[in-house]
Design a protein around this ligand. Structure first.
Ligand code: GA4
Length: 326
């Protein structure tokens, strides 16, 4: 088992850390620079003026509320997560547990439409709303990847083409953290805080997260502290994933994060688009990120090989280290 990161939270000194918030309506070169800096320093940033219409976000949130409000036996009709379907408390196949329930879907309209029949009494509406949300966050992911490529002086669209591939392996997840009914904010087994979703790095290229106005998300900073990310209705969060860390030869850092158990009165709903290439896409540091001062750090492997390694492990396992060159 992998030792968890130290659990101390941000102290007064560390609260000085400000999470980069990038206004996408600014000049393209300015946005590009800020994204590059945020990915190199933190592997995480927030976006404002991102262009995802609030109508699309609220419809997706409403469908999520409707789904999670159903009786347990009806939610289970969506199928137990394999990995796609409906899950409650149990995450992955190796016994990881969290104070949440969730749905995990393949991020393509055909699959969403098929699954919708088991998830809603109005499958057509459910499918339209989910597909629209997924398409819009995918479009935003492409814009962000294009800005990253520009910042890294890579050929135009060389990153976004990976999630535009017809066989891309992207997925979409909605997590519901109901108010936690335990009577303590501390986990008596380890003295740390109670966990909603345990610490991990996302394996894909990048993640776009939207949450309602309930807190709980924390990222692990470079100086080894957990930093709380306050929710904001106008913002979307972007996480660099492991696959992008490989392609950039560790110039970008995939960020460790976790969610604390929800001790608020209101439910927390978060919605994540995970952008991934096709299973056969090859991952290795791009030539432009390699120099005499920065040798190739990773072996060449496919996204399918990496995904298999990640999915056969525990949530917090640091699998990427096994793909480094000796
Ligand atoms: C973490 C990021 C995404 O939510 C996810 C998760 C996946 C799952 O829930 O099936 C994993 C987890 C995530 C990484 C390790 C394995 C696989 C649960 C788990 C214990 C959908 C993903 O791609 O990897």
């Amino acid at each position: 088992m992998v030792a968890p990161s130290p659990t101390h939270c941000s102290t007064r000194k560390h609260q000085a850390f400000s999470i980069p918030t990038i206004d996408m309506s600014l000049d393209r070169y300015v946005v590009c620079d800020k994204i590059l800096q945020a990915c190199e320093e933190h592997g995480f940033f927030k976006l404002v003026n991102h262009g995802v219409p609030s109508r699309i976000i609220s419809s997706m949130e409403e469908e999520s509320h409707d789904f999670f409000s159903k009786p347990a036996c009806e939610k289970q009709e969506a199928g137990s997560p394999s990995p796609f379907g409906y899950g409650c408390k149990s995450i992955g196949l190796k016994g990881d547990m969290g104070e949440l329930e969730y749905i995990l879907l393949e991020a393509n309209s055909a699959s969403i439409s098929r699954r919708s029949t088991t998830m809603s009494t109005d499958p057509e509406k459910f499918s339209t709303v989910v597909s629209e949300y997924v398409q819009t966050t995918k479009d935003l992911s492409c814009k962000v990847l294009d800005l990253m490529a520009q910042g890294l002086r890579l050929p135009d669209k060389s990153l976004s083409c990976l999630i535009q591939d017809n066989d891309n392996d992207s997925c979409f997840r909605v997590n519901h953290y109901p108010p936690f009914e335990g009577n303590s904010e501390r986990d008596s087994t380890n003295g740390g805080p109670l966990i909603g979703f345990g610490e991990h790095c996302d394996p894909q290229l990048l993640t776009i997260l939207r949450s309602n106005n309930v807190g709980g998300l924390q990222i692990y900073s470079k100086d080894n502290h957990w930093i709380s990310v306050p929710p904001h209705p106008a913002e979307l969060c972007v996480f660099v994933g492991d696959a992008l860390q490989v392609l950039t030869n560790k110039r970008f850092h995939s960020v460790r994060h976790r969610v604390l158990a929800n001790c608020n009165k209101q439910s927390r709903i978060s919605m994540m688009y995970f952008g991934a290439p096709s299973l056969t896409a090859s991952l290795s540091p791009l030539q432009q990120t390699v120099s005499p001062h920065r040798h190739v750090i990773y072996k060449t492997f496919t996204w399918g090989e990496y995904k298999k390694a990640v999915y056969s492990g525990r949530l917090g396992d640091r699998r990427l280290e096994f793909f480094e060159l000796a």
